[in-house]
Design a binder for this molecule. Structure first.
Ligand code: ADP
Length: 590
């Protein structure tokens, strides 16, 4: 039943870690807390039980700017949802209240401050509330990095509502203190806390303590010029000056900080969310209200105040699960600025807490350990993460490593595949990827298939680059051949050490496990999505995620029967949006 709803409305076949347990707890009427990483799929955790229980699900969120996207997203899947917040006109509010009383909505999003309004309380007394979800629940806690007193205060009113409702709280970042605080306040038993790893496999963390920040940033942006990205800076002034730098380079972008007029902020945010511009330069005022799933990179131009803020901001990259990068640039100047911010607080206890957190942030910039593992360990000291294999520290470590065993595996693989192939194919075979082309060629039956599966693809590529550099293999028209000297390695007479480092992580590895994406078709499908989303006045990613479009551009489905098999396609989207994509794929293929 749960799975049917998942496929029918959201188009997904399987639950992600933690989702099933949270939904089951809610269905068993147990108050429950979910700590799932950004992009882990928290919304579905309350949306599915909400739909299964019937009646109304009330979603409390401190982020007004997110509500519209959430509601758009639900409506785009054929689910009736609305929000009530201070941005609406009286007439609109009245209409929604009327519709609510008619039972027209399954989901209602509100900000915590609504509970201060008598009129709102009167309204919800008359509604059939079955589930109440506390989104961004870390904001309830005084120990969180983004405490909202009004959120904490609203709990009393919620708890005294007469309905028989279940509570679910959700957050991406919770230290042990925050977790305990949330559980106390919402009466959640320890056994009903569902915590999955905060690890984000698709994020590549890069640390760069450079004194040439501006140059490095420009290079980074230019390398990713086709992609959506956010650049965070500490101050408004810094945002403005970076904007000037980008303008001089003719890089289209928008800015966002608290000093801008509201209309300007809304307009810039909307341009970014709708893919009208690719780059956003902002202070940390931007982003809490953004669930744009196809942000491909987040670059920090200054050191953030603590690891919670950093992980949350950096974590806005790659919510769709596709590979994305998080670059942190910083200098000693940044540390002084953060210390100055801390000193402006007159509460001594707060100052101490912040200093401690800043020290951990500074320690992160100095560590030689895996960057992702360092962050995970900060949130959950009990979770042991081995190296991620793709952050700048892990990749540095690869330098001067004795890679003779790996070299033997790569060379045998090239020898076993009789007809010369491209290095991407060799990488995929060694990584053990079963995409259509590999299966078709029967490479999955080779004894060398999956021999380097424990490595990230970029590491395999850098091994290959080293062999190329040393002349053990050579490339002709993009295909790999073994040189005679390769025999020396295979016979055990020669050792190879890696020399490759930073160059490999600057290079984006365009390998996916889904097969070969037809990039030209993908571009056309993105245009179809943009046209549809403009017509409907919703952000493009609410129509289909980038991942779903990539699957379209790989599998090229030309009928509804083929479309429904694709991840991200549910019944509603099949009926309303797929015809346009089928038409485009057919036109492209003929
Ligand atoms: P979060 O709020 O945890 O950051 P979202 O709820 O916005 O994440 O979900 C992130 C993305 O993952 C969305 O595009 C969502 O549709 C998708 N998603 C959620 N659950 C699944 C699932 N079980 N399988 C595939 N994709 C999923």
């Amino acid at each position: 039943m749960m799975k049917n709803v998942l496929k029918e409305y959201f188009g997904y076949e399987d639950f992600r870690p933690g989702q099933r347990e949270l939904i089951q707890n809610a269905m068993a009427n147990q108050p429950t807390l979910g700590i799932l990483p950004t992009g882990g799929g928290k919304s579905i955790c309350y949306q599915i039980p909400g739909m299964m229980k019937g009646g109304l699900t009330l979603v409390i969120s401190p982020l007004i700017s997110l509500m519209k996207d959430q509601v758009d997203s639900l409506n785009a899947s054929g689910i009736n949802a609305a929000f009530l917040n201070s941005t609406q006109r009286v007439k609109e509010t009245k209409q929604i209240e009327k519709d609510l009383l008619n039972g027209d909505y399954q989901f209602l999003y509100v900000a915590p401050e609504r509970f201060n309004q008598r009129q709102f309380i009167n309204l919800i007394y008359q509604l059939d509330i079955k589930l109440i979800a506390f989104d961004e629940a870390h904001c309830i806690s005084k120990w969180g990095h983004d405490f909202r007193p009004s959120y904490r205060e609203s709990i009393k009113s919620v708890m005294s509502l007469p309905h028989h409702f279940t509570i679910m709280a959700l957050t991406a970042t919770a230290t042990v203190d925050v977790k305990e605080d949330i559980c106390d306040l919402l009466h959640i038993g320890e056994q009903y806390v569902i915590e999955t790893s905060t690890k984000r496999d698709n994020l590549k963390f890069i640390l760069d303590p450079t004194y040439q920040k501006q140059k490095r940033l420009l290079l980074f942006i230019k390398e990713h010029i086709e992609d959506s990205g956010i650049i965070y800076a500490s101050t408004r002034k810094q945002v403005e000056s970076l904007s000037e730098v980008l303008r001089m380079e003719d890089i289209n972008h928008a800015i966002y900080h608290a000093g801008l007029h509201k209309d300007m902020k809304d307009e810039n945010q909307s341009k970014f969310v709708r893919d009208d511009i690719k780059v956003m330069i902002a202070t940390n005022a931007f982003g809490m209200g953004i669930d744009k799933s196809n942000v491909r990179y987040v670059a920090h131009y200054n050191l953030p105040q603590d690891l919670e803020s950093y992980y949350q901001e950096a974590g806005r990259a790659g919510r769709d699960g596709l590979e994305s990068e998080c670059l942190l640039l910083f200098s000693d100047q940044d540390i002084k600025l953060q210390q100055f911010f801390i000193e402006t607080s007159n509460d001594e206890a707060v100052q101490e807490l912040k200093k401690e957190k800043l020290n951990k942030m500074i320690a992160y910039t100095k560590t030689k350990q895996c960057l992702q593992a360092t962050i995970i360990n900060y949130f959950n000291p009990n979770e042991h993460l081995s190296k991620c294999g793709q952050c700048s520290n892990c990749l540095e470590e690869v330098e001067n490593y004795n890679m003779t065993t790996e070299a033997k595996k790569i060379l045998s693989c090239i020898v076993r595949i009789k007809t010369p192939v491209h290095k991407l194919t060799i990488t995929k075979v060694l990584h053990g990827e079963r995409d259509d082309a590999i299966l078709h060629a029967g490479y999955d039956r080779l004894s060398t298939f999956g021999l380097l599966k424990e490595y990230h693809t970029s590491a395999i590529q850098s091994f290959i680059e080293t062999l190329l550099f040393n002349g053990f293999i050579f490339e002709q028209q993009g295909k790999l051949f073994c040189h005679e000297s390769a025999r020396d390695i295979l016979m055990g007479d020669t050792q190879v050490r890696t020399y490759y480092k930073s160059a490999t992580y600057n290079e984006r590895v365009k390998i996916t496990t889904i097969g070969t994406i037809d990039e030209v078709l993908l571009k056309q499908l993105m245009d179809v999505r943009k046209r549809l989303s403009d017509d409907l006045s919703v952000p493009p990613f609410t129509i289909f995620s980038d991942h779903t479009l990539q699957l379209f551009a790989t599998k090229k489905p030309t009928s509804k029967d083929e479309m429904i098999l694709i991840e991200g396609v549910g019944s509603y989207k099949l009926k309303h949006y797929c015809p346009d994509f089928i038409e485009a794929i057919k036109a492209y293929s003929t």
